[in-house]
Design a protein around this ligand. Structure first.
Ligand code: BGC
Length: 839
């Protein structure tokens, strides 16, 4: 707890610095300088602060590419450990990654909830449960900020889906807002003192999140007495006056935006009080002070020593592998897992995800990892030549950028391509080597010029025969070489500039090429005039100053080139043959960054392509079948009854392949519990639709009955797997549970015996089923316990008082629940182990 006198002194000192600045100087500080930096001010000793995404790696100042940085397991794996220590270690690790790059603020954690399982961005967020989310976030923030790096809680608030995200209006009751959607923010503020937050793209109850006087000023800064800074999501600020008065402190990115001269004029016109501007600046200086970016005159701003472990050091490898495996969940297991390491017998490892393991989701959370590891590499490293790897069916509908290892720049002779940019009159603007197949033109890139045409040339590492050729990015494309040519006119679709940048249009076709063909892709670039496109659409209601209209960037531009894929029929037949010849088949299926991504939602929970058919066929052919699900969010399992075990592996980061192998063999126990209920069918969930209506409203009709709360109340058919479910490799007997009051509040103690032959970890979960009819069951506490084989431990779980209250809309206050009801001790609500009636 900070000494209040010191806090006051500090605030007075910061206010004195604010007082030294003119209005124009103050306003200048309140919009970014670049995509990810802020302006500094020498006169007051303010260093230019640097921000970086977040939340599963610290990408750095570039949006695309950038230096190699550690790629962590995704958020659902971190929350799946149900362990504050794991989340705090993640926070510390990210702080070290930030400091290695002189970054002051990491744009994470994402604390929005898994409301509908279709949400494209759930992989970045922890859970459907607000308490698990809040606790995980608080531990992450604590770990990060203890090391002097700021966390940023995002996205404030009710930002649970991506469809029309800039314009949609989440219609959510005040009760659900308080009890569910704001709770993780509240917990991370109260329990960890988070230093910054990010206001979302969407509207909430008709008011843009960036203008939410109610949420930002009244609740967060007022009721919670929070002294941190609220920045906008990138290009999210819609209006000048309403946002400046509504509690937003900082517009990102810069240098342009709806504040600047417009805000100065609004202050002069009396529309925005200068005190509001002062408060925004004060909060900015406080953030700078906290991260070492504010130094007394004459002193140099803090620079972090470079003594952090490198991204591929043994320390990092161990951490990332352990953290990933800890969060993986054994969903079913008839005894086939863990796979015996010393037993003989071939293991058929099958699936596109086995050889191309998906280790992160798509969008702004993407980083450039130092290396990636596949399940094929990981399992082969542990089981040697017992493992026989077979490709599976196609899993992507969109072409992906070429693997740079498939390309050689004919000029440098190194992996990558030669990039030439031309002006409209054909004059050469620049010529350079790119070691990636993707370039980004027009935002945070190395290409400052305004080219009309880009020419990408490379020599492929192809054998003579069919090759998939194409491109990604808006423009008129011709890709030609070796006597073949493909071309397309790619244009944006939809109304989301950010989405277009993250998921630009793409095309590809198969052509016959001679071996080692040199190909040239020429694109007449086609920048999108969003101002023209979006202002023309009055239903979107965009103000002239909306920051979104400044997005003219082209985004990613990439070459597509790969050996032509084999036909699914052929691949399934080969998989079946491989499975028939092996005692055990391990099939790795899943989603890709196409499905689990920012800027788009899913439309189904079914696995893409013919993956279900692949599992059916393998299960029928193999003696035993294990399915590994390489996805962060629920998928349907029509083959569940046919297989012997299912391991949910999430998006496991750079050590992912090794972590999956360690989890399968039990070298590391997958102790994860599901962070979200897994529906049994499409639509069978308390909340499903993510497409707003014509009025752009998305009603949060499920109220406080989110996820397992709604399933338990019968608002949807029982899920395939409950939130909190997870078998691990131990087996557990629970004694009777007892509830008692303690200085920390209501507690439940239960005796737990590890009846298995291995040391293991159990997560004791406590739910409250309130007496009131209108109140959903809810998770109120949990605690993990490591228990030796055969041993018994008494585990005490504290019930968090914030889950034992209800919001009263009539009085606008919290009140305690009526009392009575039942505490339920469960391994997910499908496996209840003890109950305690409350008086
Ligand atoms: C995302 C934010 C992210 C920001 C900066 C936005 O598209 O919604 O979560 O931090 O971009 O990359």
């Amino acid at each position: 707890m900070a000494d209040p006198r010191r806090t006051l002194d500090r605030t007075a000192r910061l206010a004195e610095l604010v007082g030294r600045l003119s209005l124009a100087e103050k306003v200048h500080l309140l919009t970014g300088e670049t995509a990810f930096t802020l302006p500094g001010n020498d006169r007051i000793g303010l260093a230019p602060l640097a921000f970086s995404d977040g939340p599963t790696g610290v990408r750095g100042l570039k949006f695309v590419g950038g230096d190699a940085v550690a790629l962590l397991p995704n958020a659902t794996l971190i929350a799946g450990s149900f362990d504050d220590e794991v989340a705090a270690e993640v926070g510390r690790l990210l702080a070290e990654e930030a400091q290695r790059q002189q970054i002051h603020v990491v744009l994470g954690p994402t604390v929005n909830l898994h409301r509908s399982p279709l949400g494209g961005r759930l992989f970045e967020a922890y859970s459907e449960d607000p308490y698990l989310t809040g606790r995980t976030a608080a531990a992450y923030v604590r770990g990060m900020q203890e090391h002097g790096t700021a966390a940023c809680l995002k996205h404030l608030v009710a930002n649970e889906s991506e469809t029309l995200r800039n314009f949609m209006d989440s219609r959510v009751s005040e009760t659900a807002l308080r009890e569910l959607y704001l709770l993780p923010f509240e917990m991370a503020v109260a329990d960890a003192g988070a230093w910054s937050m990010m206001a979302a793209y969407n509207d909430v109850n008709g008011v843009p999140a960036t203008e939410q006087d109610h949420v930002q000023n009244r609740i967060v800064k007022g009721e919670w007495d929070w002294d941190g800074l609220i920045m906008s999501d990138w290009f999210a600020t819609k209006r000048t006056v309403a946002s400046a008065n509504g509690g937003l402190d900082l517009v990102m990115p810069g240098p342009d935006g709806p504040w600047g001269a417009r805000l100065v004029a609004a202050v002069r016109a009396g529309e925005v009080p200068e005190e509001s501007v002062d408060d925004h600046v004060l909060r900015l200086l406080r953030l700078a002070d906290r991260v070492g970016g504010l130094t007394p005159e004459g002193q140099q701003p803090r620079r972090w020593a470079q003594d952090q472990p490198t991204v591929d050091s043994p320390v990092r490898r161990e951490q990332l592998r352990r953290i990933a495996a800890r969060g993986m969940t054994v969903a079913t297991n008839n005894g086939v897992l863990p796979l015996a390491v010393d037993a003989g017998g071939a293991v058929a490892l099958i699936g596109r995800h086995a050889i191309d393991t998906v280790d992160m989701g798509g969008g702004s959370a993407t980083v450039n990892p130092p290396y990636r590891s596949t399940v094929a590499e990981g399992l082969s490293a542990l089981l040697g030549d017992r493992v026989h790897v077979t490709d599976g069916v196609a899993v992507r509908a969109r072409p992906v950028a070429a693997d740079p290892a498939f390309l050689t720049d004919p000029v440098t002779g190194t992996p990558g391509m030669q990039v030439v940019l031309l002006a409209a009159d054909g004059t050469e603007l620049s010529r350079c080597h790119s070691d990636s197949s993707t370039i980004s033109i027009g935002w945070d890139d190395e290409f400052d010029q305004d080219p009309a045409t880009a020419v990408l040339t490379t020599t492929l590492a192809n054998d003579a025969g069919p090759v998939l050729l194409g491109a990604i990015g808006t423009g008129d494309w011709t890709v030609a070489g070796g006597g073949a040519e493909v071309s397309a006119r790619l244009r944006v679709a939809g109304q989301d500039p950010g989405g277009t940048m993250l998921r630009p249009p793409a095309f590809a076709g198969t052509v016959e090429l001679p071996a080692a063909a040199t190909v040239t892709a020429t694109v007449a670039l086609h920048p999108v005039d969003w101002r023209e496109l979006l202002l023309r659409e009055p239903s979107l209601g965009l103000a002239e100053e909306s920051h979104l209209l400044d997005m003219t960037a082209l985004g990613r531009t990439a070459l597509v080139a790969a050996p032509a894929p084999r036909h699914d029929d052929e691949l399934i037949a080969a998989a079946e043959a491989a499975a028939a010849g092996a005692g055990t088949a391990v099939v790795v299926v899943g989603l890709t960054e196409e499905d689990e991504t920012e800027a788009a939602d899913k439309t189904t929970l079914a696995l893409p392509g013919r993956q279900d058919e692949l599992v059916h066929r393998v299960a029928a052919a193999a003696g035993r079948t294990v399915v590994v699900v390489n996805a962060a969010t629920p998928v349907l399992m029509p083959w569940l009854a046919e297989v012997d075990a299912v391991l949910v592996a999430g998006l496991p980061g750079q050590e992912g392949g090794h972590a999956v192998a360690a989890a399968l063999t039990g070298a590391l126990e997958p102790t994860g519990r599901l962070v979200t209920s897994w529906p049994a069918a499409d639509g069978a969930a308390p909340a499903w639709d993510v497409v707003p209506g014509e009025d752009l409203a998305l009603p949060y009709d499920d109220g406080t009955f989110i996820g397992h709360r709604g399933f338990h109340a019968g608002h949807a058919p029982a899920p395939l797997f409950w939130f909190g479910h997870g078998l691990g490799y131990g087996s557990w007997e629970y004694g009777t549970a007892q509830a008692h009051e303690s200085p920390d509040g209501l507690e439940v103690t239960v005796e737990l015996t590890n009846t298995s032959a291995r040391d293991s970890r159990e997560t004791v979960q406590v739910y409250l089923d309130p007496a009131e009819e209108d109140q959903p069951i809810r998770l109120v506490g949990y605690r993990g316990a490591d228990v030796a084989a055969g041993a018994t431990a008494a585990v005490t779980v504290t019930c968090d008082a914030r889950l034992l209250r209800r919001w009263d809309e009539a009085t606008g206050t919290w009140s305690p629940l009526a009392g009575g009801g039942e505490l339920v001790v469960a391994r997910g609500l499908g496996d209840v182990r003890a109950r305690v009636s409350l008086a």
